[in-house]
Design a protein around this ligand. Structure first.
Ligand SMILES: [Zn+2]
Ligand SMILES: [Zn+2]
Length: 346
């Protein structure tokens, strides 16, 4: 089968012709219909995130059709449309048995620790395949398994409830999903904090209260719009100590700041006046859980979570096209997502 692989860190991905994987009794073989090209894939290629075993087929945002099932697989059948949960876990460790598989000690990320979806076929455990309703295009089914799933996990970790207000710091792919999901939760007011004019304009077009952080202190602006109260939940999706601190300071009483962006910087908080007084909480968010995916899929099926076709770019399963897309993703400032749709005529 055709696959596009990372063979050397820091070098371009290459076209490869490899054997179709053999499945075990608990696995499924999926014919890939769509595979999202993600920021993290650019990091793997560049060596920013460490890859142990090469060559490796990248790709962790995958949707397709079940081609074969192992004897013990009961949740999906041959011919089913499916999307893939990217974390393969052991199922037996202290975390897995509590449904907290993102901490599994033997967990493997598809497209990082084992071959991913930049290929015609992929083998995954049956438990990682989730039925994809006909209403959801394969392209959307693929890309929502990463940033949208994390956005939903962030809202769940922040215990976001109907009727609450939210401030979203950063309006990239995560923010785009977080905004739609917050609305699906019946949120009252959404504030989007950004410095990028194009993103501010697109947020305003989606009917949120766009806060231009270049025009003045975003905390003051949020406080002003909420009659001094602050918001119930703040999501930090950028990965900077400055915006993390702002996310905490814009909270009202009993507010929760969920930190999703990654940074090695230190952040400072004055405990008494900025946290204890208002019983605010700072919550770390990492990845998502398999148990959250059915709700995410239902939000997409019912049209509450949408990826307009004009925001998707399609490339073939071809190293030259994929490398160019990875170059572009590194400095992207819009909501466009590139998805690999393997052509069937090669
Ligand atoms: Zn991803
Ligand atoms: Zn485990």
């Amino acid at each position: 089968m055709r696959a596009v692989q990372l063979t050397e860190i820091g070098k371009a991905l290459t076209d490869a012709d490899i054997t179709i994987p053999k499945i075990g009794s608990s696995d499924v073989l999926i014919r890939v219909a769509a595979a999202g090209i993600c920021h993290s894939d650019a990091h793997y290629r560049a060596g920013i995130s460490k890859i142990d075993n090469l060559p490796l087929t990248l790709g962790h945002e995958i949707a397709g059709r079940v081609e074969k099932v192992g004897a013990h697989v009961t949740n999906v059948a041959v011919g089913n449309r499916v999307c893939v949960h990217y974390l393969v876990h052991c199922g037996n460790c202290e975390f897995c048995v509590r449904g907290l598989e993102q901490f599994c000690r033997r967990g493997q990320m598809i497209g990082k620790h084992r071959d991913g979806g930049y290929a015609e076929f992929i083998k995954v455990p049956g438990a990682n395949a989730f039925p994809l309703p006909d209403e959801i295009a394969f392209e959307a089914g693929a890309i929502m398994m990463c940033s949208s799933a994390t956005a939903l996990h962030a809202l769940n970790k922040a215990r976001f409830k109907p009727g609450e207000s939210i401030a979203i710091f950063g309006f990239g792919g995560l923010g785009f999903s977080a905004l739609q999901l917050a609305r699906a939760f019946d949120c009252v007011d959404v504030y989007v904090v950004e410095i990028n004019p194009a993103k501010l304009a697109s947020a305003a077009k989606m009917g949120v209260i766009a806060i231009d952080a270049r025009a003045g202190d975003p905390i003051e602006q949020i406080k002003e719009s909420t009659a001094g109260k602050g918001v119930d939940v703040a999501l930090e999706l950028i990965g900077s100590a400055k915006t993390m601190r702002q996310a905490v300071l814009c909270l009202g009483p009993l507010g929760r700041a969920a930190l999703v962006g990654l940074t090695a910087e230190s952040m400072s908080i004055r405990p008494y006046t900025e946290l204890i007084n208002k019983e605010a909480e700072i919550i770390g968010v990492s990845d998502h859980l398999a148990s959250e995916l059915p709700a995410l899929i239902e939000f997409a099926r019912s049209g509450k979570l949408r990826f307009p076709p004009e925001t998707l770019r399609v490339v073939d399963l071809d190293a030259t096209q994929i490398n160019a897309a990875l170059d572009a993703v590194q400095d992207s400032i819009d909501h466009f997502r590139t998805v690999i749709v393997p052509s069937s005529d090669k």
